[in-house]
Design a protein around this ligand. Structure first.
Ligand code: FMN
Length: 174
């Protein structure tokens, strides 16, 4: 996919992409077996501490969390609709049980500012440096229905990542 660097000033991201198109969250370093990816459809983009950041929420059961914990970065990729099947696979199988990335047909590529790879087929790659995490505390859930998301009590850990670099198609440029 033809992408080019986008400055933070020019970066335009419609947050409805996260739920509708999904994103691929990757953590770890770019060498065989040293990184893992999983599909996400919950998260956000915003501003904090005068930085642009993405927030992702990851259940502790995810293999990807091991890499998020060990490393200092993550990447987020958006793919064309034609790759939704690959995202479904990466969101259904665990990297713990085999090489699902090879099975997905996606091609890892080095990032520019972080050790974690992005993917060549992506139309958007966001490189983030981990800057904060916090476990969601069920005692702070103000709506009882929120608990319905946690029959196994595997409450998400939220990670804030400062956006260090963006590369994308012109659809993400002001
Ligand atoms: C559309 C979609 C969205 C998902 N969103 C999330 C999410 O936001 N957080 C999460 O922890 N898991 C989410 N998942 C589940 C993980 O992607 C899934 O459990 C994956 O197999 C974990 O892989 P891993 O064990 O290799 O890390 C989602 C799955 C799908 C299909």
């Amino acid at each position: 996919m033809e992408r080019s660097p986008i400055s933070l000033e020019d970066f335009r991201f419609d947050q409805s992409i996260i739920a509708k198109r999904w994103m691929l969250l990757t953590a770890g370093a770019f060498s065989p077996g040293a990184f893992n990816s999983m599909t996400i459809s919950w998260g956000s983009v915003g501003q904090i501490w005068n930085k642009t950041f993405f927030q992702v929420v990851v259940r502790p059961t995810r293999h990807t969390m091991t890499f998020l914990e060990a490393g200092d970065a993550f990447t987020l990729c958006v793919f064309p609709e034609s790759r939704k099947k690959a995202l479904s696979l990466l969101g259904a199988k665990s990297g713990r049980n085999g090489d699902k990335i090879a099975e997905s047909g996606l091609t890892p590529v080095p990032s520019t500012r972080v050790a974690t790879p992005g993917f060549d087929e992506a139309e958007l790659i966001v490189e983030c440096r981990k800057m904060y995490w916090q476990d969601l505390d069920p005692s702070h859930f103000l709506e009882p229905e929120i608990m319905d998301n946690y029959p196994k009590k595997d409450f998400h850990r939220a990670y804030f990542g400062e956006v260090l670099a963006v590369s994308g198609t012109d659809a993400y440029r002001a």
